[in-house]
Design a protein around this ligand. Structure first.
Ligand SMILES: NC(=O)c1ccc[n+]([C@@H]2O[C@H](COP(=O)([O-])OP(=O)(O)OC[C@H]3O[C@@H](n4cnc5c(N)ncnc54)[C@H](O)[C@@H]3O)[C@@H](O)[C@H]2O)c1
Length: 459
């Protein structure tokens, strides 16, 4: 099929590369010329395993090209995805739809009445937005065809995305489920045909992104109405965030009663009704999705006079949990003024270069407020953090530069390279051998045996 994708971020790029790999012809449009140039040069503008390899493959086969303007590609497209950003609107708590609006209007302007297209919302949008997108596409159409009706030329469907950063391509090629929301039969048939190779996994797995062992086919397809599809996304993220906050609430109880949350949640997760994932206690969740999606879901609930008590509690627990490291540090060192503190890990989770709504920012902001001297390290995002975050901190690209002379080491992001830090070597470089493990990454006994004072979350 001819596919158009608006937005070359984590979602749009992964969708484009995946669909091109499956054999579709994809045009990827982004208003950011640097991202477009990077895709054209077969160099991924984002850090994702396998992306460079697959991008090079689909580019060399001529199945994916990128541009700053869709041009005639809208008129040829069988399916046009909107995968632009929907950042939080700080004032209202709802999602900011300005980028989606601009994308929808630009599609409408270039519709070709002789060719039917399914416009697909892949961005995470507030519930009921499909109607808004329809009206914006019509606005675009009317601006170029005064008086004419676009009736029948397009329909809007919802197809939320569930990929995780750091494994975006694996999640795109081997999804847990595909949610298709539309009441229009021809649109549903077209989307099912688009995704058929994914559903039946009828493609050779690329070497760079191997098929997970035990993947069962067909991949489930949830065919729903549009509003339900939109709500699936919010409900999924709210549930996952709540699971983590639940583990953190149990962790706080563990600390008081002398239990170890890693042992507790490991056994809790063995119940198949609960499952082991997202039960890790730590310094809380972050990233570009959970916070804004919970906020948008709560906003919608309140619009209807409902109080979203569970979502509110998940957010409250997370707010408190992000400060766990600083509170523990105060309890141990008492005063923080002038103390040199190493902060390890800045991205919101390992395996990504994404700093959006990262717990590390909350930690560094609070340490700066308390006049500690922060030396922060991240394997990929130290320089980006220096530019993005306005706090007086030193950002270093060698972990040793953060550790030397530190009076405390605070782990925020569980990058694998931290798991293998040789503490026997680094202990002597520390001003004081104090480690606060915000992700329960290290074995407490191993560090304590070396004479390091160790605290983990809920342990
Ligand atoms: N990142 C994730 O893990 C993830 C997972 C699932 C869903 N989502 C949702 O998917 C959407 C996209 O997220 P993302 O992380 O890929 O965002 P992103 O910020 O990485 O990328 C969005 C891209 O859209 C481009 N853009 C903005 N307006 C445009 C326009 N009018 N035309 C063309 N391009 C335009 C931007 O320049 C940017 O490159 C959001 O709604 C997000 O909530 C994200």
């Amino acid at each position: 099929m001819q596919v158009l994708v608006l937005g070359a971020g984590y979602v749009g790029l992964s969708t484009s590369v995946t669909l091109a790999y499956l054999g579709h012809e994809v045009v990827l449009v982004d208003i950011n010329p640097e991202r477009v140039e990077s895709v054209q040069a077969a160099h991924s503008p984002i850090l994702e395993p396998g992306m460079d390899e697959l991008l090079a493959e689909v580019r060399s086969q001529g199945r994916l090209c990128a541009a700053v303007d869709a041009g005639g590609a809208v008129g040829r497209a069988d399916v046009a995805f909107i995968a632009v950003n929907t950042p939080p609107d700080v004032a209202s708590g709802d999602a900011n739809m300005a980028y989606v609006q601009a994308a929808a209007v630009s599609l409408g302007r270039q519709l070709d009445p002789s060719h039917q297209v399914v416009v697909v919302n892949k961005s995470t949008v507030p519930i009921g937005s499909a109607n808004l997108v329809k009206s914006w596409v019509e606005d675009g159409w009317r601006s170029t065809h005064p008086g004419a009706s676009p009736n029948g030329t397009f329909t809007v469907a919802s197809n939320p995305e569930f990929l995780r950063e750091g494994q975006a391509l694996s999640d795109s090629l081997y999804p847990s489920r595909i949610v298709l929301g539309t009441d229009v039969p021809w649109a549903m048939e077209r989307l099912k045909a688009l995704y058929a190779p994914l559903v039946h996994q009828s493609f050779p797995a690329p070497q760079a992104v191997p098929r997970p062992a035990g993947l069962t086919t067909p991949i489930p397809v949830a065919a729903t109405d549009r509003v339900s599809a939109e709500l699936v996304k919010y409900a999924s993220n709210a549930f996952l965030a709540t699971k983590i906050s639940f583990a953190n609430e149990i962790a706080a109880i563990c600390e008081r009663v002398g239990a170890d949350v890693t042992q507790v949640m490991a056994a809790v997760g063995q119940d198949p009704r609960i499952g082991p994932q997202f039960l890790e206690a730590g310094v809380g969740w972050g990233g570009s999705c959970f916070g804004k999606d919970l906020s948008a879901l709560m906003h919608t609930a309140r619009e209807y006079g409902l109080q979203p008590v569970l979502a509110e509690a998940a957010v409250d627990v997370n707010r408190r949990q992000r400060l766990w490291l600083v509170r523990q540090l105060q309890a141990t060192l008492k005063t923080l003024k002038g103390r040199r503190v190493a902060v390890l890990g800045l991205t919101f989770k390992p395996g990504t270069d994404d700093l959006r709504d990262s717990p590390a920012e909350t930690v560094i902001a609070e340490l700066a407020r308390l006049s500690a001297r922060v030396a922060a390290h991240d394997p990929v995002a130290a320089e980006a953090a220096r530019q993005a975050w306005p706090y007086p901190a030193e950002y270093v690209s060698h972990v040793g530069d953060a550790l030397v002379g530190a009076e405390a080491v605070l782990l925020v992001t569980a990058w694998p390279e931290y798991a293998t830090l040789d503490w026997a070597q680094w202990k002597d470089a520390l001003e004081r051998p104090l480690v606060l493990d915000g992700r329960n990454l290290w074995a407490p006994d191993d560090l304590r045996r070396l004479g390091i004072e160790y605290y983990g979350v809920g342990r």
